[in-house]
Design a protein around this ligand. Structure first.
Ligand SMILES: *Cc1c(COP(=O)(O)O)cnc(C)c1O
Length: 366
């Protein structure tokens, strides 16, 4: 008998497609031997953390022969103070991705439905599939979440609803009023997970303020975007203490590393970093939107740190041509948006280079 792991793999994993990340700079360097590469593919911030923050990361590095504080005591206390909640409402994760998966492990599973919008973040279907739950994809409206349709798709089997505000990969958001109305209608047999990965850029009210009213709400946040720590992996959820206690049973004992914990504490102490990131982003968004308009390319409305634009039937060829010039953006065919590309806001000079290379490519195609 031949050994065939595909015959043995559990049913839930059989149909699972791996997450496809933005192409790393090093990969493109290896493939094309390019010197100058600009990565605008993964919604990271282009600004480095300050020296004062690095010093605290470096101090934590000295002690990496020790396990981290598995309870994340100091960071939870600091976050709780900032957010106006108690530490027992916070669950830390190895990126918010980790928390999104822990939620599925704890509350979804075979025979249970997980709802999310068409064109929503790719981790939601992966989380649902990983635990053998039934993923229910609710059609979007103009590429944005249709909260009414999601409400109507709830059944007695629904246990988890993932909503992203703003959403990735579209950048679209929903209003605070619409979300409040959604929560008022959401039955208590489903957890509503509000993914606020891009909260700092958007200017919405946080769902955290609604937690006392809606015990079935869970808000997730990340240090990967506005807090400049994508490479260290740190995210968290804020929920009722009862939900947090359940998540704590599922999470791995040391799911957040000690350098991430120390760095996050340091970034929270930095009075300027997040403000600078948000300011730079507002300018960069205007620059990208104006430039794309000049090139006659329609953008989806965005509230985040990226712009998704209609590149047309040649989107794939345009993506490849950008790569050959050392500019990495994100193709969205995997999101069933084959004619769209997503570009993250970079430094002024990087946005400029992207626009000028894109302009040249479009001219040469015409
Ligand atoms: C980037 C992103 C996250 C955060 O992922 P991390 O695991 O925290 O790096 C979560 N949700 C959405 C919608 C995102 O785009």
């Amino acid at each position: 008998m031949q050994f065939d792991p595909n015959e043995l793999v559990n049913e839930a994993i059989q149909q699972l497609q791996p997450y496809v990340p933005g192409k790393p700079e090093e990969t493109l360097r290896r493939e094309l031997g390019l010197e100058k590469i600009i990565k605008l593919a993964s919604n990271e911030t282009p600004l480095r953390l300050s020296d004062a923050v690095w010093e605290r990361s470096a101090a934590a590095l000295r002690d990496i022969m020790r396990y981290p504080d598995g309870s994340g005591f100091d960071l939870k206390r600091k976050l709780a103070d900032r957010l106006g909640v108690t530490p027992d409402m916070i669950t830390l994760g190895n990126g918010s991705n980790d928390v999104l998966l822990i939620l599925a492990q704890a509350f979804a599973g075979p025979g249970r439905e997980v709802l999310f919008s068409q064109y929503a973040f790719a981790v939601y279907p992966i989380a649902a599939a990983t635990v053998g739950a039934t993923a229910v994809v609710v059609p979007a409206r103009d590429y944005a979440h249709d909260l009414m349709a999601i409400q109507e798709a709830i059944t007695p089997h629904t246990r988890l609803i993932y909503l992203a505000n703003p959403n990735n990969p579209t950048g679209t958001g929903f209003s605070d009023d619409d979300f409040l109305h959604f929560m008022e209608m959401a039955p208590l047999h489903c957890l509503v997970v509000l993914d606020e990965a891009y909260f700092e850029f958007a200017g919405h009210q946080s769902g955290i303020g609604l937690l006392t009213r809606f015990p079935n709400l869970v808000v997730t946040r990340t240090f990967s975007k506005a807090f400049g720590m994508a490479g260290l992996r740190l995210g968290y959820s804020v929920s009722s203490p009862q939900v947090a206690e359940i998540l704590n049973r599922v999470r791995q004992p040391f799911n957040v590393n000690s350098v991430a914990l120390a760095t996050a504490l340091a970034v929270l102490d930095d009075p300027n970093y997040v403000r600078d990131v948000v300011e730079l982003n507002a300018l960069g968004l205007k620059q990208l939107q104006a430039g794309l308009k000049t090139l006659d390319l329609a953008c989806l409305p965005t509230e985040a740190n990226f712009v998704t634009f209609h590149a047309g039937p040649k989107a794939g060829a345009i993506y490849d041509a950008l790569l050959r010039e050392g500019v990495i953006v994100r193709p969205l065919a995997g999101y069933d948006m084959p004619e769209y590309l997503r570009v993250s806001v970079g430094l002024d000079s990087e946005n400029e280079r992207f626009l000028s290379v894109l302009g040249d490519i479009l001219k040469s195609q015409a």
